[in-house]
Design a protein around this ligand. Structure first.
Ligand code: ADP
Length: 308
């Protein structure tokens, strides 16, 4: 598991200076991303996510700090840094009169990749657009256009791919398809960094998550560890008859709601075990018909951390 860092960010600062004000978009950011992982950079609007991506892509100049990508220093080797990353932008910016194949060939030309080294067909297959290789881009569906953007970011075979809000405004079906494509890419060894304010996306996709808020990194951990920080468990129990539960009958136990032969309760995982809860119900001479549990999700962590 001791993989090397493919991206290393130290004391990164970005201050936008305008006539009216100074905006501290990134504040002393420290962050490492390991080779082969899917890393999620989460944060509400204005957190600094786009600024971060644009610094790496070379369109925004950092105020201070050090950035190393794939062993290259951003100040000393900006071209190599750019060659090491592929950025999938948020907005669709495709020439509607070119086919996917043509677009990828043009992009490869921009990177100076000789014809014999191009992997256009492989990339088209990877993003499931091989059957559309020669159709006009304008005839592609929204989801296909998004996948074509991913393909465009891959022509120079970068070891790191950034996806900026990959599924913003994309419906559930297409979102799943995009996630599958990204996982596929990751299985081939590409390190993925995605920004999102869509928390379910991070929970489904990311090995580790950093949460940015107003330019500050307020959490950095594995998705699993972040989820374990949520201590409140919610349980719905159906029984063969009505039972009474009072608050704190067991330590931290709370009745949320009650209906015919069914109760909704919550408790702290560290204070009660599921076994104790079942014993309590049995003592009331009720037979348990069904139990469903809800452990909370990354949204709960996110809201708690970004609330103030
Ligand atoms: P996010 O992508 O997380 O929504 P951004 O990186 O776009 O966040 O913005 C971070 C902060 O920097 C915001 O307060 C935003 O208003 C400010 N900002 C972004 N770009 C500029 C700019 N070109 N000039 C001035 N302020 C900017």
């Amino acid at each position: 598991m001791n993989k090397k860092n493919i991206l290393s960010v130290k004391n990164l600062e970005k201050i936008y200076t305008t006539k009216e004000s100074n905006t501290h978009a990134l504040n002393n950011l420290n962050l490492d991303v390991k080779e082969g992982e899917i890393f999620g950079l989460l944060g509400p609007n204005g957190a600094g996510k786009t600024t971060f991506i644009n610094i790496l892509g070379g369109t925004v100049i950092k105020t201070s700090g050090t950035v190393n990508v794939w062993g290259f220093n951003l100040d000393k080797n900006p071209r190599q840094v750019r060659a090491s990353i592929g950025i999938v932008p948020q907005e669709v910016n495709l020439d509607p009169f070119f086919s996917p194949k043509k677009l990828l060939e043009l992009q490869a030309g921009l990177y100076g990749i000789p014809k014999k080294d191009r992997i256009t067909d492989t990339i088209l297959k990877l993003v499931s657009l091989d059957h559309k290789a020669n159709s006009y881009a304008r005839s592609l569906s929204g989801g296909m256009k998004r996948r074509l953007l991913v393909a465009k970011a891959l022509v120079h075979q970068p070891p790191i791919v950034f996806l900026d809000e990959p599924t913003a405004g994309v419906d559930v079906e297409l979102r799943k398809k995009l996630w599958e494509n990204v996982k596929l890419l990751n299985n081939r060894g590409v390190t993925i960094i995605l920004t999102t304010h869509y928390i379910e996306e991070a929970e489904k996709m990311c090995d580790r998550v950093g949460i940015l808020n107003k330019g500050n990194l307020i959490a950095l951990d594995t998705t699993k560890n972040l989820l374990e920080k949520i201590q409140t468990k919610k349980v719905k129990i159906k029984t063969d008859k009505n039972i009474e539960i009072v608050d704190n009958e067991l330590s931290s136990l709370k009745l949320i709601s009650k209906s015919e032969n069914s109760i909704n309760i919550s408790y702290e995982k560290s204070k009660i075990s599921m076994e104790q809860l079942i014993q309590l119900i049995k003592k009331k001479n009720a037979i348990i018909k069904d139990i469903s549990t809800d452990d909370g999700d990354l949204e709960d962590v996110f809201l708690r951390l970004t609330k103030n």
